[in-house]
Design a protein around this ligand. Sequence first.
Ligand code: PLP
Length: 393
Amino acid sequence: MSKDWKKRTTLVHGGSRRSQYGEMSEAIFLTQGFVYDSAEAAEQRFIKSGDDEFIYARYGNPTVRMFEDRMSAITGYEDGFACASGMAAVNGALMALLKAGDHVVSARALFGSCLYVLEEVLARFGVEITLVDGTDRAAWEAAIRPDTRLVFLETMSNPTLEVVDLKFVCDLAHEHGALVVADDAMSTPIFSYSKACGADLCVFSTTKHVDGQGRMLGGIICGSRELVRGPIESYLKHTGGAMNPFTAWVHLKSLDTLDLRVRAQAASAMQIAEALEGHPKIEGVRYPQLPSHPQHKVAMAQSPSGGTVIAFDVKGGKEACFTFLNALEVLKISNNFADSKSIVTHPATTTHQRLPDEQKVTLNIGPGLVRLSVGLEDPEDLIADLMQALDRI
Ligand SMILES: *Cc1c(COP(=O)(O)O)cnc(C)c1O
């Protein structure tokens, strides 16, 4: 694998390993174990396994390793550990690095399950959590302390698309000796800027853009070799969060087209965001590439794109919003995002239902909020569908 390859070449060839048969398409090694030539060889491998030496699929597998190498190459990190889901990756990264008595600062606008891991799981093990408004630099400065061990954030928050000034937060964390774990699910591996801004670890739900076709659950933690093959691998290989080889194989196939898919979806998202902005039945279209987005400048300095997801409020609250959602024909009501099929979600009653009302208010998750994940359909059909459904309110 060449370090000089551009992203699109790496997406097709990065990390490829071929067996003695010289197969063109990546092989799927559906094996949980490996055979050793001798008892001495088995002993040796348990002392130290080399690059292409495996022990057990919970520790590593050739198909999974191809996926890990390709993902770390495209995100700019040295190594990666692939996990069973995005949450296995988030939980694994945090549990591997934290211990009782540590302090964590996290942006408040988080995916519901990430918030659960911080507030319910880590707190139960004696980790102290301070939640801040991720878009407020002064709030980060006020929250970070000499005993802060780790900073967690979503580079672009789900579902309200708040954008964190990542370089500022990484510099601040590093001054205080804290590690930064960035959840890049919304930013996509194509437009990821976590490495460039200095995040120590970058976590993806590969269920999202990497699979991109609503089939597989997966996740990955990318970072330095020291962290990934050190505490991260040790924790995950013994606690069972590993990715299944079949998932890794489907993901490898998906990476071939990732750049084409994400760019097409992001271009459609911008077109749709512009079409929705100013519509009389909508207020507050949130899309980082629109100049009206509160963190537009920071977002555009970090990434050339606003991503594939838009958020907006339908005027008239839940009832008007449900009328609109139920009238859509091409767009489907579901709770995944980054699928090739466009999806609308009502966060207040689904993904964020669990949150108390006052927390919904702080997070701007109102009764009219819609999260729109833009797929690969023709954007003109999507705009026509959205407009006819708005007319039905
Ligand atoms: C979806 C998502 C996750 C969890 O990923 P799964 O693959 O569903 O486990 C974590 N963080 C963010 C920001 C997400 O959008």
